[in-house]
Design a protein around this ligand. Structure first.
Ligand SMILES: *Cc1c(COP(=O)(O)O)cnc(C)c1O
Length: 220
C-alpha cells in the first residue's frame, strides 16, 4: 500500500465532523509531500525542532500541529507558525505560548491535555487541575492563546474495554466543558483522541480529531 492509498482508505472511514491529523514525526519530507499531493493539509509532529525544519522546507498552506510534550524553552521556535498545540498541560506553558504568540501578533490555538491512561509516564492534567486552570484569573488574562478543547491518550493495551472507558471519560469531561460559557480565549469544540490502533473506538466515543501516523506512513 502507498501513502496515498492508506490516506484515502482512512479518510473514507472518517465521519465528516472528524478531522484527520497525519502524524509525520520521523518521516522524511518526501513522504509528507506524497500525503500533501493526495490532499492532506494537517500534519502532526512531536518535536519542535523537527517540525520547524519541515515547516521551512514544505508548502506554506500546511497546518502544523504540535502533538508531543512541549518544553517551555522551545515554544519560541514554533510560535511564528504552529497551527494547534495539542499537549498543553500547565498554566505556565500556556503563559509562555501566550507570550511568544504576542510577539508575532498571533492567537495560538491550544488543547489542554488530560491524563486518562493508567501509565504514570503520560503527561496531562486531571479534572480538578483542568477546572482550576480554566477558572483562574491568570488564564482569563491571556489574550494570545485560545483553548479549543481537550486531548488525551489512552492506555497502551489490547484491552478494548480499558481504552473505551478512558475515551468515554475524556468525552464526559469535554461535554462538561461545553456547558461553560465561551469566552475570548476559551471554547470547547475539539476533542483530540485516537491514534492508529484505537481511532475507530475513539470516534465511537465522540472524538472530533484523530492523530494517525503508522496507518498512513507505515511502521516507524
Ligand atoms: C506518534 C503519536 C501519534 C500517532 O501514533 P500512531 O500509532 O503512529 O498512529 C498520535 N498521537 C501522539 C501524541 C503521538 O505521539
Amino acid at each position: 500500500m502507498s501513502i496515498s492509498n492508506n490516506l484515502n482508505a482512512i479518510r473514507a472511514q472518517l465521519p465528516q465532523n472528524v478531522t484527520l491529523v497525519a502524524v509525520s514525526k520521523t518521516r522524511p519530507t518526501a513522504d509528507i509531500l506524497e500525503a500533501y499531493n493526495a490532499g492532506q493539509r494537517i500534519f502532526g509532529e512531536n518535536k519542535i525542532r523537527e517540525m520547524s525544519e519541515k515547516f521551512e522546507a514544505l508548502p506554506k498552506d500546511i497546518a502544523w500541529h504540535m502533538i508531543g510534550h512541549v518544553q517551555t524553552n522551545k515554544v519560541k521556535f514554533m510560535a511564528p507558525f504552529v497551527g494547534l498545540v495539542h499537549g498543553v498541560d500547565s498554566l505556565k506553558l500556556l503563559q509562555e505560548i501566550n507570550k511568544q504568540a504576542a510577539k508575532h501578533n498571533r492567537v495560538i490555538d491550544c488543547l489542554l491535555q488530560m491524563h486518562i491512561a493508567e501509565e504514570e509516564t503520560k503527561f496531562g492534567l486531571n479534572e480538578a487541575e483542568l477546572l482550576e486552570l480554566l477558572g483562574s484569573g491568570a488564564f482569563a488574562s491571556l489574550k494570545n492563546i485560545k483553548v479549543k478543547g481537550l486531548m488525551g491518550m489512552a492506555t497502551f493495551t489490547e484491552k478494548q474495554s480499558t481504552i473505551q472507558r478512558e475515551f468515554k471519560y475524556l468525552k464526559s469531561v469535554f461535554d462538561n466543558l461545553k456547558q461553560r460559557p465561551e469566552s475570548e480565549n476559551f471554547t470547547a469544540v475539539i476533542l483530540s483522541m485516537g491514534m492508529s490502533g484505537d481511532y475507530k473506538l475513539a470516534i465511537e466515543c465522540g472524538s472530533t480529531m484523530v492523530r494517525i501516523g503508522s496507518s498512513i506512513f507505515g511502521q516507524r
